[in-house]
Ligand binder design. Sequence first.
Ligand code: SGN
Ligand code: CA
Length: 528
Amino acid sequence: HYIRFLYLVSMLSCGSGFLGNAQQKNPKPNIVYIMSDDHAYQAISAYGHGLNQTPHIDRLAQEGLKFTRATVTNSLCAPSRAVLLTGKHSFVNGKIDNMAKFDWNQDNFAKMLQKHGYQTALIGKIHMDGLPQGFDHSAVLIDQGEYYNPNFVINGHKQQLTGYVTDLTTDMVIDWIDKRDSEKPFCVLYHQKAPHREWLPALRHIQSYTATTYPEPATLFDDFQGRGTAAKSAEMNILNHMNWAGDSKVPPPLMDELGLKEYMKWDKAAYTNNLGRMTEEERKSWDAVYNPIMETFKAQYPNMTSRELLQWRYQRYMQDYMGTVAAVDEGVGKLLDYLKANGLEENTIVIYTSDQGFYLGEHGWFDKRFMYEESLRTPLLIRYPKEIPAGKTSNALVQNLDFAPTLLDFAGVEIPADIQGESFRTLAAGKDSLWRDAVYYTYYEYPSIHMVKRHYGIRTDRYKLIHFYYDVDEWELYDLEKDPNELSNVYEDPDYAAIKKHMTKKLQDVRKKYKDSGQNDARYIPVE
Ligand code: SGN
Ligand code: CA
């Protein structure tokens, strides 16, 4: 009777809803950290680009806070995940690129939460070898993972699951929350593979998404005048550097018939392997939609100009990319509905983000890596009704470096002194708080796929300074207010001499603050 009484009182006093008994006894918030892979903010309708609809992800913006200038410190999958876990820059946590080994023995925020009574789980893509540490439960994809009937490594044991990867990931997250010990707070990292290359949407989405025409970005036909060698030599062009079979879904026999060459030597194999994972039934449904598209392409191809070919490939890319986003969005809806139906809505922090931004045809590109806006910035929405007012927007320069300290802060765990990020808890609550005026960025994976040169730099409210190094020594300065598409490098422009000086000094300060140096860059030049 006593417990019942308390329960009634809590229901009355909280007004807005139901709180389970467990949460009364333990006020620590639960955490659902949702991170997709390569999800451009341009592909979330709450960000207002008008390309697609993501009603469920948008709920987090309506009921929570939307950051418009959240950035990553190194725009690549595995390094981004290492930064998330450690709260430290790549040159400190050691995971500088997708190839470097991640040392799971170092501390991470999940380990710290565990020590403070949290139940923790990691479900989906992690893209790092070794058994994840800091998690009571892990179900992770191998490397990039697969879209159809994917292999998962569940607590160290490999297993092929039946179904579509995005749906499976969502269901495993909900299932884990459902079966948890409700006496303890929980933290789950819900990491979708989608919308990562090679963009295979779920069958329920292919019909409508392949029938959609997307507006072309203003810079689709960018010729890179006004920029340096790095932008000119990157291999991310939709026309020239995408795979015909794996990406554009032109079947290998049709490639041969039309004389289309493999750009990457695994192109045809990627197509065969990806589609080869489908059951016969699944493959039939897929072919019913894609075969007619390829028939039309076959007829049109001989008369297409290279401009038209780029336009066709851009549409194909966007259709499949957006198709994979659709299932991600539905998953978020399912998860939010689950939290609500189970009285977990009030006491659970829900974050939606991506491991980095992505090019959706801007500059003619796909992929990421660059410190230019589309790949530097990442979507970030956070909902926690207890502290964060609904429907607000923040343009503060937060980074993925800040997740670990922020989540520790929310959980009431002391933030270790060697963590380099800062908690944005107070900021998110809309309270006055001092915040950084510049973010620091580093990128190392070169020479490698997409050939984006090594660089580092800072971005402030208005300006961006980048240094490309290793096999070039080039500086770029952008005025983001006058030139939001970053088309004109003003580093040598005398009108910007004072800004250049100021930004150069700021960059030196920031490198000092994070303990980066020319020596760090030298460390990553492989010895021949
Ligand atoms: C694969 C992709 C690249 C992508 C990297 C890294 N090529 O290599 O386009 O940049 O992954 O992506 S593919 O032909 O294999 O699809 S990341 O998100 O994991 O960093
Ligand atoms: Ca990624």
